[in-house]
Structures are given as C-alpha cells and as structure tokens.
Design a protein. Structure first.
Length: 178
C-alpha cells in the first residue's frame, strides 16, 4: 500500500501572499514588504483587519499564483505516493468552487476524488502532511512538515521545508530509507 501525503493548498501550492500585499496597499495605501510580514499575516497590521473580508468574496481564490516548483514536485510525488489536497475551505463558503477550478487548472493530474475540502484537519489520516499552519500539524498523527510562510517563521515545532525543492529532497531521502 502506498503512503499518503496530505497537502495543504493556500501558502503551500497556491501563492496567496502577493494578493494580500496588493489588497493591503490598495485598501490602506502603504506597501508592505516580506520583511514586514515576518511572523505575521497581512491582516494583523493596523488598518488591515478589513482586508481579511476579501477571503469571503467569490473569485478571491480563483486567480492565485502557483508556488514555484510545486507542479513539478507534486507530479514526482504522485509517482510514489497517494497525494491528497487537504484544504480548510469551509470558513469561506465561496472558495469551494474557486479552489476546485484552480486545482483543475494548475494540478489537472490530481483526481477530484483526492480533493478534501474540510473545516477541521484533525480528521485527516495520512502518513505525511505538508501545511503552513502549526495548529493543523499539532493534531496530525503522521509526520508533519511545516511549509515556510511569513506567519510561521518563528515556529520551531516541526520539520521545516522552505520551498518545493526542499520538499522533493525530503521525500527522496524518505524513499531512500525504505
């Protein structure tokens, strides 16, 4: 039986940060840098709480960029593992169709049966989970990999992967151990 990888979407394969930076600049009138975001999310800044409301808009998740190297590495992982996209999508009702369409466009080789739109990721059962949120990894019973994002840079709890090339290297090393 092949091992399973639960793979988060936002800030792992879908690059949401540039959109938030643009919205913040449009709404607040100031451009934040990546250095400004270290250890924070954009909507934690003064004047930006209303920026989070855009997450509820139809179409917000549809035009996100793709994280560099994610498509190639995910394709390689699929040769050796069962890969499931596991995204906490229930808070933002309008994102379900957007995320589904985004996945179909950018990761068409992942079957729709491997899309898990959930509210609480503690229900997931897999061998590995790659996520940018520490709280999702805390309740996970398999091996958690923390994908670097501005808001989690202060965390030391989990094995960190900074980019998709590091994800590839991690799983190549895991296969070599077997």
């Amino acid at each position: 039986m092949r091992k399973r990888i639960a793979l988060d979407m936002d800030e792992v394969i879908a690059d949401i940060e540039p959109k938030f930076l643009d919205l913040y600049e449009r709404e607040v009138g100031k451009r934040l840098t990546k250095a400004d975001l270290y250890g924070k999310k954009v909507y934690h800044f003064e004047g930006a709480k209303h920026v989070r409301r855009f997450l509820f808009d139809k179409g917000f998740f549809r035009d996100l960029g793709v994280m560099p190297d994610s498509q190639e590495v995910v394709a390689e992982l699929m040769e050796h593992y069962d890969v499931f996209i596991t995204t906490a999508a229930m808070e933002f009702r309008n994102c379900l169709e957007d995320k589904y369409d985004w996945l179909q466009e950018h990761f068409p080789k992942i079957h729709w049966k491997n899309f898990v739109f959930c509210g609480d990721k503690s229900i997931l059962r897999a061998d590995y989970m790659i996520d940018d949120h520490v709280q999702n990894l805390r309740s996970f019973t398999g091996k958690g990999l923390l994908f670097s994002a501005s808001h989690n840079m202060n965390s030391k709890e989990f094995t960190r992967v900074n980019n998709w090339l590091e994800v590839r290297d991690f799983f190549r090393a895991e296969r070599a151990k077997e």
